[in-house]
Design a protein around this ligand. Structure first.
Ligand code: DOR
Ligand code: ZN
Length: 345
């Protein structure tokens, strides 16, 4: 018997599109299935001002393939020089939907991020006033904190104090990777949490056992199996706190397969197929739509998509191993087992 599921068209609440040739090559992979995406601002140089965001939005819109309908939801990159008035204007104009906080040095292109949280407090207070969410890359950067502990330590040392100091601030804990992240998100008010596709599928063994697998390396790095299970339980629970943010992050193979490889998994191409299988395995197909299409818009105060997509279970699905770009190939995430779900647009 054929199994099918019809969903409101999904959105991706955390996406890296880059710019130029890379943008043109990877954008169709997202627009094939997704109606909207929160666009990460960590370009070089970063998207800091409303004017930067408007120009980047126009470059994205110009790259949307013929016939696709896609709305980029822009964000600003929070720096210690960010101007609260500029942020408020960009929000009032409907241009931006969030501001992204990268602790300086935490990940790819985060050098312009925040070192001293006191300096950005006025911006955060203004955001709380106007209801503009802060998307947080939740890892401390202290060299003495083990990389596998950086999310849990961030919650205690940075996130919880920051939220207490800025009552009413809406926060998205981006790409949570631990049961600590799940528990904190559940326990608090005004919090959403995105979960990636790859963190539902891999644990740290997948990166390290039997040789280093650079295409499974991302930040925050995948943790122990018990954490992956906690993420699966959260994502498939239907709890409105949790929604899909793929963190699909293209890097060329040359930049991944090297002595100091970049962080990022590229999942735009096969996210929906993999998620359907994950939710099917967990007996939660009836909650997939909440995760991909309902909880995110509710958190961001945006309308639901009216369009639908249909997922069908059948033979093993196929997709290209790599996406060709003018900068070189980008490897598509390998879920490590056959995926039997297909998306028909
Ligand atoms: O793995 C990651 N890649 N994590 C991030 O936080 C940034 C991203 C990127 O931009 O490549
Ligand atoms: Zn990201």
């Amino acid at each position: 018997m054929t199994q099918t599921v019809t969903l409101r068209r999904p959105d991706d609440w955390h996406l890296h599109l880059r710019d130029g040739a890379m943008l043109r090559a990877v954008l169709p992979e997202t627009t094939r299935h997704f109606a909207r995406a929160i666009i990460m601002p960590n370009l070089v140089p970063p998207v800091v001002t409303g004017a930067d965001a408007a120009a980047y939005r126009d470059r994205i819109t110009a790259a949307v393939p013929e016939g696709a309908a896609f709305e980029p939801l822009m964000t600003l990159y929070l720096t210690e020089a960010t101007d609260a008035d500029d942020v408020a204007r960009a929000h009032a104009d409907g241009l931006i939907h969030a501001v992204k906080l990268y602790p300086a040095g935490a990940t790819t292109n985060s050098a312009s991020g925040v070192r001293d949280f006191d300096i950005v407090r006025p911006v955060l207070e203004r955001m709380a006033e106007i209801g503009l969410p802060l998307c947080v890359h939740g890892e401390v950067t202290d060299s003495d904190i083990d990389i596998f502990d950086r999310e849990a330590v961030f919650i205690d040392r940075v996130l919880d104090p920051l939220r207490r100091d800025t009552p009413g601030l809406k926060v998205v804990m981006e790409h949570i990777t631990t049961s600590n992240g799940v528990d904190y998100a559940k326990s608090a008010e005004n919090i959403g949490a995105t979960i990636t596709t790859h963190h539902l599928v891999i644990n740290r063994n997948h990166i390290l056992v039997g040789g280093i697998k650079p295409h499974y390396y991302c930040l925050p790095v995948a943790k122990r199996e018990e954490h992956r299970r906690a993420l699966r339980a959260a994502a498939t629970s239907g709890d409105a706190t949790f929604f899909l943010g793929t963190d699909s992050a293209p890097h060329t193979d040359a930049n991944k397969e090297t002595a100091c490889g970049c962080a990022g998994c590229f999942t735009a191409t096969n996210t929906m197929q993999i998620l359907a299988q994950v939710f099917d395995e967990d007996g939660a197909l009836d909650r997939l739509e909440a995760f991909t299409s309902l909880n995110g818009p509710a958190f961001y105060g945006l309308p639901l998509n009216e369009d639908r997509i249909t997922l069908t279970k059948g033979n093993a699905a196929t997709w290209p191993d790599k996406i060709d770009t003018e900068d070189g190939p980008v490897t598509v995430f390998d879920p490590g087992r056959p995926i039997h779900w297909h998306v028909s647009d």
